[in-house]
Design a protein around this ligand. Structure first.
Ligand code: GCW
Length: 634
């Protein structure tokens, strides 16, 4: 529950301001941030803020004891926070210090999956910061603090409501609720953050105005045109709308004969264009009613098949939002082959900051290494073809599904805030090493030896989580619906297209050219690598191939022995985290200590459960015992 008086715990990495300064412009906010900094840290010398030019970049300089921050109106705000991080992190840069910086991605967006009743889809940090009881309801001070936190790491847009738009949320774009949306927008605006609203493709029908949402009809175009005029009369700087269409039972243009995703996106894009707005259109389009017996359909192929052929058909203000992997935010997936593969269409890269499949903010899982794998992945689609090389160009934008809620530490798990911080950092500077980001965050949060200890815990955490859950690219295996904890057959005979097809001899799906052919969606050198079972990186082996348990891996061990070993290892590593953290008792804030200690205990229990369920499942299927003779099935 939100407790804004509990400053040490709720402050996260940025101390709460004395008061919410809601009506300030970003440049005045910057000035106020610096004044606070000087007062709170008793910084020597003075500061000078120069607003010049446009844009979000900034220049920091120190000359004769004077700190100068210059840049455009929001640039100086980012510069002020950057200086704040330096000084709060304990650095004392000498005279002559300069730092010039500008963001890589144009739109750096947080997506909330918040519902009007205050619940959060896949939220693990309490209830919504924006909604409760079917309406808009928030603490101005809390939202202002949140806007500051987001701005401090360079986030410049936030979608406040769930992409699964229920009838009550459809009303956000009606005269009933738009004045309140506008008030919320004003708070974020003071920190340079623009709002986005998630809307249903079938809004005209949901709101009772039309009987259809046919993208070809003049009625539909008129409806959207008028609706955008209304929306923008309340929120003139709305960045745009976010739409999940034809996905997991949400309505979309496919319902109308002969229409494709571009027909739907362009309908809304045309209406929003006169206001300078964007349509963020999600590419998470796949058949969620698959027959598990059907071996032809392969869910990871779906987005590329739906969108790649219509590159060039989209209006210039459509941004196609693509999840980082072709499946769904698993702990290890290849990078989506759609990223960078549509040179004539703007794209947004979507990460999941909330830990749906990555421990749900109970298990420690620092995600920057996973995101960095995506950003540094070389698509080989052009000479400079890393995903990060497309930032601000073909991949204009980046979005992260929020891990925040009204819990007093924002993220449920105190260390999960590192993920929100890292998202902002990578959105600004996609080639930043995850260890540096972790180091910077720990420098802001902790003192002394705790900094290094926590940094290492963060950096080890992704691999640990992968070890005891689904290593080697296996994916899924989770409890249906909740997605926490193991359930080997939970999704095996379901409609969701998420199978491992384990039998007594082998596991995995052949996605090479002799199988489903998914590997062929990549540029030839990558396709060749992934498509060849002998060359495929082992961490993705079971994503791309079906392999026998007795297959020898590079280590000389068999596949099954490797899986057994990784699970024993991962569970032991999770147990060790308790001791690593325990050594910090007294050295970190007591409330943070207790919060993390409690979560690590639950994590160790989860890891034991994964180890034993996973290993028992494969032992029973294969009959192959552990070479080390450890107890598997009891
Ligand atoms: O992974 C799935 C989640 C859904 C989510 C969907 C999406 C918002 O389980 O809860 O819906 O992804 O990304 O649209």
């Amino acid at each position: 529950m939100c407790d804004i008086n509990n400053t040490s715990f709720a402050d996260c990495w940025l101390p709460r301001a004395a008061q919410a300064r809601v009506s300030l412009s970003p440049q005045d906010t910057a000035r106020a941030e610096l004044a606070d900094l000087w007062q709170n840290l008793a910084v020597a010398g003075s500061f000078d803020l120069r607003v010049e030019g446009e844009g979000e970049g900034y220049l920091l300089e120190k000359q004769a004891g004077v700190w100068r921050v210059s840049g455009g109106a929001t640039g100086v705000l980012y510069g002020a926070h950057s200086l704040g991080f330096l000084l709060r992190g304990g650095e004392q840069p000498p005279d002559g210090f300069t730092l010039r910086s500008a963001p890589a991605f144009t739109h750096r967006i947080i997506n909330h999956w918040d519902n009007m009743d205050g619940t959060i889809e896949r939220g693990y940090a309490g209830r919504s910061l924006f909604f409760s009881g079917g309406g808009i309801s928030y603490s101005e001070e809390r939202i202002y603090h949140y806007a500051r936190l987001l701005a401090s790491v360079g986030v410049n847009a936030v979608a406040i409501n769930n992409v699964n738009v229920r009838p009550d949320a459809a009303r956000l774009i009606t005269p009933d609720l738009l004045p309140q949306v506008a008030a919320l927008a004003a708070i974020f605006r003071s920190c340079g953050v623009r709002l986005i609203l998630s809307v249903s493709y079938a809004s005209p029908v949901m709101l009772g105005d039309l009987t259809h949402a046919d993208p070809r009809s003049g009625e539909s175009a008129r409806w959207w045109g008028e609706r955008m005029n209304l929306i923008y009369s309340h929120v003139p700087d709305l960045l745009g709308v976010l739409i999940k269409a034809d996905s997991e039972n949400q309505p979309g243009p496919y319902q109308y004969d002969g229409c494709d995703q571009a027909d739907g996106a362009n309908l809304v894009a045309k209406a929003i264009a006169p206001h300078g707005g964007f349509v963020f259109w999600r590419c998470f389009v796949y058949n969620c009613k698959q027959d598990w017996r059907d071996r032809e359909t392969d869910r990871p192929k779906a987005a590329y098949e739906a969108f790649r052929p219509i590159d060039g058909k989209f209006a210039p203000n459509v941004v196609l939002q693509v999840k980082n992997g072709p499946y769904d935010f698993q702990i290890r997936e290849p990078v989506s082959p759609l990223l960078g593969a549509m040179p004539n269409t703007a794209q947004a890269l979507e990460f999941q900051i909330t830990g749906e499949y990555t421990g749900q903010q109970v298990d420690l899982c620092y995600l920057a290494p996973l995101w960095s794998d995506t950003l540094t992945f070389d698509t080989r689609l052009r000479e400079k073809g890393r995903v990060a090389d497309f930032a601000g160009g073909a991949v204009s934008s980046i979005a992260g599904v929020a891990n925040t809620g009204d819990d007093s530490n924002w993220c449920g798990h105190a260390l999960a805030a590192a993920n929100l911080f890292a998202f902002g950092r990578l959105a600004w500077s996609p080639l930043s090493p995850p260890e540096d980001i972790a180091g910077q965050w720990c420098g802001l949060m902790f003192n002394g030896e705790a900094r290094g200890v926590v940094q290492n815990m963060l950096l080890d955490s992704r691999r640990i989580y992968e070890n005891y859950t689904t290593p080697l690219g296996m994916c899924w295996f989770v409890t249906p619906h909740y997605h926490y904890g193991p359930d080997p057959l939970g999704y095996e005979f379901s409609k969701w297209g998420t199978y491992h097809r384990a039998d007594r001899r082998a596991v995995g799906i052949d996605r090479s050219p002799s199988g489903t052919g998914f590997s062929l969606q990549y540029a030839p050198p990558v396709a060749d690598l992934y498509g060849d079972i002998d060359r495929c990186p082992e961490e993705l082996l079971l994503f791309f191939h079906r392999a026998e348990y007795t297959r020898k891996l590079k280590s000389g061990k068999t596949l099954l022995q490797t899986l057994y070993d990784l699970h024993f290892l991962g569970a032991a590593q999770a147990e060790e985290l308790i001791a690593r953290w325990g050594a910090l008792e007294g050295a970190v804030d007591a409330e943070i200590f207790a919060n993390v200690a409690e979560r690590l205990r639950r994590q160790a229990e989860n890891a034991r459960q994964w180890r034993d369920v996973f290993n028992t499942f494969f032992f029973r299927l294969s009959g192959i015992p552990d070479e080390a003779g450890r107890v598997i099935s009891i």
